[in-house]
Design a protein around this ligand. Structure first.
Ligand SMILES: Nc1nc2c(ncn2[C@@H]2O[C@H](COP(=O)(O)OP(=O)(O)O)[C@@H](O)[C@H]2O)c(=O)[nH]1
Ligand SMILES: [Mg+2]
Length: 344
């Protein structure tokens, strides 16, 4: 899972990136326009799972964050950089949009204005792509070329939506359609708005674009807290009225906007969390571990984490008849502990 951080200059994108990643192992792209870092998703279930299965190690799910140094609005005369920015954002699964909610050199925060402006920029970026493609398609059609079925119709629908000021993710069919996957549409990606508040600022009520989630983070405070021990940091958080560290909160929200859940596996080797889209079948879920397991899928032995913990051990769960046998069409639930049976 990859998440791209965007926002106006000085909104605190790099600060949020640092709060999330500690900037450890941040990899800078050769263009200098973006860098990325991998974050392990904190999951309190994994140590418990490790205990139950006496696993040698824990392997948490991972999220990759990308911080882009270049700003969308500096579009003019910077076509090449814009292309590079779009290339960097193309593979991301969601956008994390940072708006400034702290005073900057005497400038009052205007999170609502920033949000509106960025929302419009995302739509504009998409509209340019749609119009360019439509123009090309229409030329080709005049020359007698037959376009892919429905491509013209879907692009025209996208255009109408964008011109109405609506993001492409507001249209379920457009969002899911494979024909549109090849374009770098930005408003089609799930969007999480991060209100980056100063120490003394409170989060205002924002009117949000369609299908958007919002979360408040005190970015600089979180970065400062990285220097402290977890216990000391906790005391400061309480003082500032921040209920929980930014990282787990943000990651949980990211999972929500992406509609992801985790299934778990446990064994001698490792206790591990596997992120999958909600609604994934057991056979497809098996494929996230290995394509052979998906292909040779026989059945899944399933018990939910909470039930397993209550029973104390896998053997006890089996004896109590609580480990279910599920077929390939079973819809995997968050926290399902699964052992896949398969033949190669
Ligand atoms: N007071 C305050 N300043 C912040 C906060 N977050 C960022 N800043 C400052 O705002 C400036 C821009 O931050 P930066 O993360 O570089 O923004 P970027 O241009 O979006 O990457 C820096 O001087 C930061 O120290 C915050 O939460 N509170
Ligand atoms: Mg920056």
């Amino acid at each position: 899972m990859k998440i791209g951080i965007i926002g106006l200059p000085q909104s605190g994108k790099s600060t949020i990136f640092k709060a999330l990643t500690g900037e450890f192992a941040a990899h800078e792209d050769s263009s200098g326009l973006w860098r990325q870092a991998v974050v392990k998703v904190p999951d309190e279930r994994l140590p418990k799972l490790q205990e139950i299965f006496s696993s040698r190690k824990i392997v948490p799910a991972q999220v990759e964050y990308i911080d882009v140094a270049f700003d969308l609005r500096e579009r003019e005369g910077r076509r090449r950089e814009l292309e590079q920015l779009l290339t960097a954002l193309k593979p991301v699964d969601a956008l994390l949009l940072v708006v400034r909610n702290f005073e900057l050199a005497g400038l009052a925060p205007e999170p609502q204005r920033e949000l509106k402006q960025l929302h419009e920029e995302l739509l504009f970026s998409d509209l340019v792509i749609v119009e360019r493609r439509l123009e090309r398609l229409e030329k080709e059609i005049k020359k007698g070329k037959v376009p892919k079925e429905r491509e013209l119709e879907l692009l025209k629908r996208a255009k109408v939506l964008l011109e109405e000021g609506k993001p492409l993710r507001a249209d379920e069919e457009l969002k899911a359609h494979p024909l549109l996957k090849g374009y770098t549409f930005l408003s089609i990606k799930p969007l999480l708005v991060v209100v980056n508040s100063g120490e003394d600022n409170t989060c205002p009520e924002l009117s949000l674009p369609l299908a958007t989630e919002v979360i408040e983070v005190k970015g600089r405070l979180e970065v400062d807290l990285l220097e402290l021990s977890p216990e000391e940091a906790e005391i400061f958080r309480q003082e500032w009225g921040v209920s929980e560290a930014a990282l787990p909160r943000l990651i949980r929200k990211s999972f929500e906007v992406l509609d992801l859940i985790c299934f778990l596996t446990g064994g001698e080797k490792e206790a591990r969390a596997w992120p999958i889209p909600r609604g994934t079948t057991a056979q497809k879920a098996a494929g996230t571990i290995h394509s052979d397991i998906e292909r040779g899928f026989i059945r899944a032995e399933v018990i939910n984490f909470n039930e397993l913990v209550a029973l104390g051990s896998y053997q006890k769960a089996q004896k109590a008849g609580k480990v279910r046998l599920e077929g390939k069409d079973y819809i995997v639930q968050d926290g399902d502990v699964i052992i896949f049976r398969f033949k190669v």
